[in-house]
Design a protein around this ligand. Structure first.
Ligand code: TYD
Length: 218
């Protein structure tokens, strides 16, 4: 008998949440709080990041972030090579087994950084997205938005910088605009969070969005 005849036996899929933003927007510090909220609602959660998330994808991450400069297309293809491993081996199995997945950056970063930032046509990114994700999309994407100068100052103070932290302001402004453009086009999936606000206000906004998702998933 087909699976559809036993809806009671089907595992309810987990929700997929991604966090995005310009450098230094503070998204990583929100992850633990999001995880706690979801776990308190009784769901299993995994947290992960891109580029990375599997052994292979983490090896590609090292090439991307700490290696030498590379052609923009090489950078894009490596992002998607890492993503393919991450989606197939980790994200999709987790969601299908009912776990919720919180991912620090995902495909929107490729549109923003390699597309708007490096100047690769969005249609190229879109074609790779189709082949790699095969319909998988986040249920909620939080975009942590703030002026790029403020973000750069934060990453400078934090000390740990990667290849992208050395880009100029114009590059990062294109990325900021691309995120906002994508959010405006699909308001049902994206929420723009003012990350220049005090930390407690940012956390309150994040909590409200996650609470909404938890309620909808009931
Ligand atoms: P990370 O140190 O995790 O930075 P952040 O804390 O800002 O997320 O490095 C990830 C970097 O990779 C970040 O600078 C954005 C970049 N990136 C892309 O350029 N394209 C992508 O598709 C992804 C996932 C990340």
């Amino acid at each position: 008998m087909s699976k559809a005849a036993h809806p009671d036996k089907r595992t309810k899929h987990g929700q997929f949440i991604t966090l995005e933003g310009v450098e230094g927007a503070g998204k990583s510090s929100q992850i633990d709080c999001i995880r706690t909220l979801i776990e308190s609602a009784g769901h299993e959660v995994i947290t992960t990041r891109e580029p990375g998330g599997t052994k292979l994808a983490e090896a590609i991450r090292a090439l991307l972030l700490d290696g030498d400069d590379m052609p923009a297309m090489t950078e894009l293809l490596l992002m998607f090579a890492a993503r393919s491993s991450h989606v197939e081996e980790r994200i999709r199995p987790a969601i299908e087994s009912g776990q919720w997945v919180i991912c620090d950056r995902f495909v929107d970063a490729s549109y923003a950084y390699q597309g708007a930032g490096r100047g690769i046509d969005a249609q190229v990114v879109n074609a790779l997205e189709g082949m790699t994700l095969k319909g998988l999309a986040p249920d909620l994407t939080l975009i942590f938005d703030l002026p790029v100068e403020v973000g750069f100052e934060r990453t400078r103070l934090r000390g740990q910088q990667n290849r992208f932290d050395h880009e100029e302001t114009a590059f990062m402004n294109r990325i900021r605009d691309a995120y906002k453009y994508r959010a405006a086009k699909h308001p049902e999936r994206y929420r723009v969070i003012d990350a220049s606000a005090p930390m407690k206000d940012v956390s309150a906004l994040v909590e409200k969005e996650i609470a909404g998702l938890i309620n909808n998933a009931k």
